[in-house]
Design a protein around this ligand. Structure first.
Ligand code: ADP
Ligand code: MG
Length: 272
């Protein structure tokens, strides 16, 4: 089949939407696994205290497991925190534990509070490149809020990926999110750009899914992927087996859709 071009520089993509349950985590882990299958070296940063991305990737994240909290609050180098996926050799994850819920508050009074993830990640990526193991993609799975954890993701990333669930009110709250991004560009990170919108839980039998897609495409013709992620029981079951859908049901419609989305992201990036 087609081969996916590797990016000239590491692409750092934050997966954000202040709504919960729209498919942020599902998209982070499955796109990452799909990218790994395409031959990319990929890091997932679990920035949600729920640790759902760590669970889905079958990465150890019990209470005492050091992870994103230690990177942000204690300055522990990410080389000591990142774990390799048991299913995909070029996929890695910095896990999250419930400690991270406290980080949101602890960060408030810390120095460089908006830049701590950026510093940790930059050091990690520099070190990885120096040892000849350059990462091609970093996906940051954000919590459903616009608090300091998400702010750290916006400072560390160059690209914003927004998953949109095909439902009523899909676009509600989007203008708030985009307003926040604009403020960011002015104050904290001029290089942040909304690069990608992924439509999730698409049900081709309903007019609603079609209408949401048309509406989103009208507003964001450049950013919206042609590939849509269908609603699929396999996609929602996979995490309870500690798997991505890419390994749980590799030939199914969910895995195929995420592979197509990954290919599209890789090719769009290469055409910039
Ligand atoms: P978020 O991270 O934005 O809160 P999740 O990725 O956890 O959202 O998804 C919310 C719920 O929807 C989860 O139970 C997940 O398994 C389910 N889900 C996500 N994408 C799909 C899909 N394409 N088909 C079916 N269920 C999905
Ligand atoms: Mg989530």
């Amino acid at each position: 089949g087609k081969s996916a071009p590797k990016p000239a520089e590491t692409r750092i993509i934050t997966v954000s939407n202040q709504k919960g349950g729209v498919g942020k985590t599902t998209t982070s882990v499955n796109l990452s696994a799909a990218m790994a299958i395409l031959g990319m070296r990929v890091l997932v940063i679990d920035l949600d205290p729920q640790g759902n991305a760590s669970t889905a990737l079958n990465i150890e994240h019990r209470g005492e497991t050091p992870g994103t909290y230690e990177a942000l609050i204690e300055g522990v180098p990410m080389t000591e925190l990142v774990q390799q996926s048991p299913d995909f050799p070029t996929l890695f994850c910095c896990p999250a534990t419930l400690d991270l819920a406290g980080a949101e508050i602890e960060l408030v009074n810390m120095e460089n509070r908006e830049h701590r993830l950026n510093t940790a990640l930059t050091n990690f990526l520099d070190e990885s490149s120096a040892t000849g193991e350059r990462f091609d993609y970093v996906f940051i799975d954000c919590p459903p809020s616009l608090g300091l954890l998400t702010v750290n993701a916006f400072v560390a990333a160059r690209e914003l990926l927004i998953p949109i669930q095909c439902e009523y009110y899909a676009l509600e709250g989007l203008s708030q999110l985009l307003g926040t991004v604009e403020e960011f560009k002015q104050h904290l990170n001029p290089s942040l750009a909304l690069s990608t919108i992924v439509l999730t839980m698409y049900d081709k039998r309903t007019n609603l899914s079609r209408e949401v897609r048309e509406e989103v495409m009208k507003h964001f013709p450049e950013q919206t992927l042609d590939s849509v992620i269908p609603r699929s029981v396999r996609i929602s079951e996979a995490p309870s087996y500690g798997q991505t859908v890419m390994s749980y049901d590799p030939e199914g419609i969910g895995a195929i859709a995420y592979k197509e989305a990954a290919m599209e992201i890789a090719q769009r990036g290469a055409n910039e």
